[in-house]
Design a protein around this ligand. Sequence first.
Ligand code: GLC
Ligand code: MG
Length: 248
Amino acid sequence: MIERDVDRLIVSDLDGTLLGDDKALQRFTGWRERHRDTVALAFASGRFYGSVVQSMQQTALPEPDAIVGGVGTEIHDYPSGQEIPGWHEEIGQNWDAERVRDIFSSHSEMELQPEKWHSDYKVSYFLEDADREQLDALKDELKEHGIESEVIYSSNRDLDFLPARANKGSAAAYLAKHWGIPAERVIASGDSGNDHTLMEQGFRGIVVANAQPELKKITGPHIYHAQNGYAAGVLEGIEYWWNTDESD
Ligand code: GLC
Ligand code: MG
């Protein structure tokens, strides 16, 4: 629950976006403290809630108001840790994580990620150099078994299978709606494939300079490509969007 009168939301990825340049992260955290009264902050990570909280203890990351974890499969309020209600009912139909693992057990080219990175809503593998055709074929294979999935490929290696409609972007849009913040008042930043959907919600997007090619290639009037990397790129992008925002 946010008890401040916020009218903007910053949603940012962590690894390779806010995390990666400690000095810049400290500047971001200072900025966040100065704007805390009016700006809500959410992290959107491929990692789960507990792992994100651990990073907050180990780095200069500021305290957010919510954590979108597991590539958008969970949304937790922070610091209460409570799940934002309703999200799992929105996703999760025609989905069964156990069956996804069974179906893909014969795919020796796909290496299962460590168990702690899996949940009932997320099944992840390592698969290098997959192309669109291969990813589509995997999605089709699940569909033949009655499973509707969202397939997310990042960094030319990380392959996530999630329930249809579950991704960072849809989860962030759900959160913004929950807090009553319109899409054009949301700024989203990222560096890799699992951030792609954050750039498709009508938010103002920031792609940091160190981004992976799959995110760098996105263009459009709502995408800002920062000259700086990591948290410095996020700050640069926020400044850009605040200066060009016509609604102020
Ligand atoms: C994080 C998760 C991993 C996922 C990757 C890309 O690294 O831990 O499971 O594959 O993000 O979404
Ligand atoms: Mg990242």
